[in-house]
Design a binder for this molecule. Structure first.
Ligand code: NAD
Length: 512
């Protein structure tokens, strides 16, 4: 009997999870494991094995074998499997949304929204036959044709965060598969059920064994993957601290790396903005998913004291009405945060800001969820008069505590955003074309909105922040993923009709 048999033997109510390797469930050695919780109740729901380096080796070996056949499967055939996967994902939406809610805590409607964005990424990956076409030049000189081929890299790994249990893994990996790579996903240890569910869909869709694997675990599994000699590329999404460490380590091991980190996303409200529209837009984008989105608005930055006064008064009234509740509470605007530790961290940030002089406008620290529960609930909190030197302004706060920073001009707002270490998303609310143009030109942020609260690009545009929100030169979603998951080979080809000229040429060839 291994350790997990023992744990599950004692606690019959929890599910026992597994890895998904070579097209099948794999129990693993279970030398290490962790619990999965339902954040709405605080209950343990499953026990999950954490892979060791040897178990990662097994997954990589299976993925390599599968790659040999997958890379030469015609791209149109690969895309047929994607098409089937999409149809299964659409059909499974209700069931999968409940699973996301149970392990992540977000509301069912929000979970459905994330699944629809995942489907968008699959849709875009279905363009692979077109996107994989190379370039061709006829007769570049001496009867030579030159052309380029985009070839898959081999085994690639995707390491995902907890906050989008379906959208991020699917968005990271589907184009990689369409390009002919084998993928090993390491989901967040907080939300492994959704990743295992997706694995079953890929299997049903006809993806050959080994082309898609899920290895569960923590740092040990990640380190084994990103240093493995036969893993060619690392796509990471998570917190900035870990993204930076992974970028450095994987690069040292000669991997191609794209590592997406955290954010601190500002909304600039100009004096000419429609304030009611700005308030409504801020509410959803700031507090949705309990603010656990890398593109969540964290900072409202009204320009001028008059704008600030009206904006904060209206915002305060709306924030007071927000309701936190269980993932399946239809009245809830958002659910709990992911863990007790995450809740404590947000409380610490709020309390720190109060000591530093912030003004508490709406206090959500002890919310009423209508029943006794051990869930990790935090109500919507709003802090006014935050200044740029305060810790709560400098750090990403991954929970429903949002802040207002007053500025006197658009230039001051732009400078503050540009000086911030993060550069994921930003938005301006205004009715002035020139102000919007100046803003979009001068702002040092990767994803910019004008009267759009969460400027997440649609699946066929590139997604990615600047500064310490992204390490490595690639994007998620969009055309850039094709570049990331392929290598370009350039061929110069000649088919001489006669034996040709046998004179040796020592000069560097020139066509001029
Ligand atoms: P996290 O960094 O704690 O974990 C992300 C992944 O890294 C998980 O799979 C985890 O197991 C692994 N990991 C954690 N610590 C590690 C370590 N020391 N070494 C190796 N691997 C490690 O992030 P999270 O809490 O799951 O997710 C929330 C964070 O992700 C937020 O900061 C959020 O802004 C960010 N995020 C960014 C984007 C983006 O596109 N930029 C999207 C979603 C989430």
């Amino acid at each position: 009997m291994n350790k997990l048999d023992h744990v599950v033997g004692e606690e019959k109510s929890v599910d026992r999870l597994y890895h998904f390797i070579d097209g099948a469930r794999s129990e693993g050695k279970n030398e290490r494991y962790g619990y999965v919780y339902n954040p709405s109740t605080g209950e343990e729901t499953a026990v999950c094995p954490y892979a060791t380096a040897e178990e990662v080796d097994v997954a990589v070996e299976a993925a390599e074998q599968a790659f040999k056949r997958w890379k030469s499967t015609p791209v149109a055939k690969r895309v047929e499997i994607l098409f089937e996967f999409k149809s299964l994902l659409v059909k499974a939406t209700e069931e999968l949304a409940v699973m996301i809610g149970q392990e992540n805590g977000k509301t069912i409607t929000d979970a459905k929204g994330e699944i629809s964005r995942a489907i968008e990424a699959v849709d875009f990956a279905m363009n692979a036959p077109h996107l994989l076409k190379g370039e061709h030049s006829s007769d570049v000189g001496g009867d030579i044709n030159a052309f380029s081929i985009k070839q898959p890299l081999g085994v690639v790994t995707c390491i995902a965060p907890f906050n989008f249990p379906v959208m991020v893994p699917v968005a990271m990996s589907t184009m990689a598969l369409a390009c002919g790579n084998s993928v090993i996903l390491k989901p967040s240890e907080r939300v492994p059920n959704s990743a295992l569910f997706i694995s079953e869909l890929w299997k049903k869709a006809g993806l050959p064994a080994g082309v898609w694997s899920v290895v569960n675990g923590d740092k040990e599994a990640v380190d084994a993957l990103i240093t493995h000699p036969n893993v060619m590329a690392v796509s990471f999404v998570g917190s900035t601290k870990v993204a930076e460490a992974i970028y450095e380590k994987a690069s040292r091991h000669h991997k191609r790396v794209a590592a997406f980190g955290g954010g601190k996303n500002h909304m600039i409200i100009m004096p000419d903005a429609d304030i009611d529209f700005a308030v409504t837009s801020f509410i959803g984008a700031a507090y949705g998913a309990a603010s656990q989105r890398c593109m969540a608005l964290s900072v409202a930055m009204p320009v001028g004291e008059k704008t600030a006064k009206v904006f904060v008064e209206k915002l305060k009234r709306r924030v007071e009405e927000l309701k936190v509740g269980s993932y399946d509470d239809e009245e809830a605007d958002f659910g709990p945060v992911i863990t007790q530790q995450a809740k404590d961290q947000v409380l610490k940030s709020i309390e720190g800001s109060l000591r530093e002089g912030a003004k508490l406008c709406v206090d959500g620290r002890d919310p009423d969820v209508g029943r006794t529960t051990n869930g990790y609930y935090l109500g919507a909190t709003l802090l006014d008069r935050v200044t740029p030197d305060m810790e709560i302004y400098r750090e990403e706060v991954f929970g429903p505590a949002r802040i207002v920073v007053h500025v006197n001009s658009l230039d001051e707002a732009i400078n503050l955003v540009n000086e911030h270490e993060y550069g994921n998303g930003v938005t301006i609310f205004t009715q002035s074309g020139p102000a919007a143009r100046k803003f979009t030109e001068e702002i040092e942020v990767g994803m910019v909105g004008v009267n759009v609260p969460i400027p997440i690009p649609v699946g066929y545009h590139n997604f990615g922040g600047w500064k310490r929100s992204k390490f490595g030169e690639s994007h998620m979603f969009g055309p850039d993923t094709v570049r990331f998951f392929t290598k370009i080979k350039t061929v110069s080809e000649r088919w001489p009709e006669s034996k040709g000229n046998n004179d040796v040429a020592f000069d560097f060839p020139s066509n001029r």
